[in-house]
Design a protein around this ligand. Structure first.
Ligand SMILES: [Mn+2]
Length: 319
């Protein structure tokens, strides 16, 4: 099942309230906030079938690393089961360490179908630190490095049938905060980095269009991983790692509408929503809005305003 403007999707919501990957509490409330903001109802209003599978849980674990690893196992197992059944999984986080599990699940599905998995990682950060290089020590800054097999992160895949993603198929989009060591590693490994300067220079439409063309030609699966901090903090304050200069409301919706029109997306992460930091639910509501765009809702789905003959139009100056 993929997205598409006219296609009616079978969608499964999987709550992944992991917050062991960050030092800040609140991400565990992410799935509840998305439900409160009406995610199920809005998707159903578009004609889709939605099954809310509730939240996964991992129980008590010995320490932070073991806890994140347990989440990866749980998310990988459930995501794989859901996607193999033909449903479209929306993983509701939870901090971004959730991506190790969801992406591994989708990479396994792709392998089963003899296809490749392409990832669109929408984020202010490249999340390419390792336990050696990390300034913060937080695992939510490491999932991409883990997926790419960087040293010190194998523990994340403990007990998981691990399937990699080719570096050239992992598109980092919206990046504007990268540590020095990360930058060198990214360049050496060859991950495509579409930072904010490239987005300013070329525009969202051309860059996303390029990724979609590639996915289409290769009949690959496409996983979208949306970190709240991809968005500008003025429209999306509910995240512990805000960076100024993020995607605007219009850019974010354009991306979602292009993804929707393409019909190529096969799974989605909503990561890093921290409702504790929100302003009257505005970030949760925006995320729900963006998801509905991805599933076919048009911002402008009404006829343009009509103006009578001889009447002033907004673009005429004084007659
Ligand atoms: Mn992230």
């Amino acid at each position: 099942m993929t997205t598409g403007s006219t296609m009616k999707a079978d969608i499964s919501l999987i709550g992944t309230p992991v917050q062991a990957g960050t030092h800040l509490r609140g991400c565990a409330m992410g799935p509840a906030a998305l439900r409160t903001a009406g995610l199920v109802e809005e998707l159903e209003a578009l004609g889709h079938t939605v099954a809310d599978l509730g939240d996964l849980s991992v129980g008590a674990q010995q320490g932070r690393d073991a806890e994140v690893a347990a989440w990866t196992r749980a998310i990988d197992a459930k995501g794989y089961e859901v996607a193999r059944s033909g449903s479209f999984p929306i993983f509701m986080g939870g901090d971004h360490s959730m991506g190790t599990g969801s992406i591994n699940a989708m990479a396994r599905c792709a392998r089963d179908e003899d296809r490749d998995l392409v990832v669109l990682w929408l984020d202010a950060h490249s999340d390419y630190n390792t336990p050696e290089t990390t300034p913060s020590g937080n695992i939510h800054g490491m999932p991409v490095a883990g997926i790419m097999g960087e040293p010190g992160l194998d523990f994340l895949f403990d007990g998981v049938d691990r399937v990699g993603v080719a570096p050239a198929d992992f598109h980092l989009f919206g990046i504007r905060s990268v540590d020095r060591v990360e930058r060198d590693l990214l360049a050496r490994r060859g991950l495509p980095v579409m930072d904010m300067r490239r987005i300013d220079e070329h525009g969202v439409s051309r860059l996303i269009g390029g990724v979609l063309d590639d996915v289409r030609v290769r009949n690959a699966k496409l996983h979208v991983s949306l970190d709240v901090d991809f968005l500008d903090p003025t429209i999306a304050p509910a995240v512990g790692t805000t960076v100024p200069g993020g995607a605007t409301y219009r850019e974010a919706h354009l991306i979602m509408e292009m993804l929707s029109d393409s019909g190529l997306v096969t799974s989605l992460d909503l990561a890093e929503l921290n409702p504790f930091l929100d302003d009257r639910g505005k970030t949760s509501l925006l995320l729900v809005d963006l998801v509905t765009s991805l599933f076919g809702k048009k911002i402008i789905d009404r006829a343009p305003p009509q103006f009578g003959a001889g009447k002033k139009t907004p673009w005429t100056h004084a007659a």
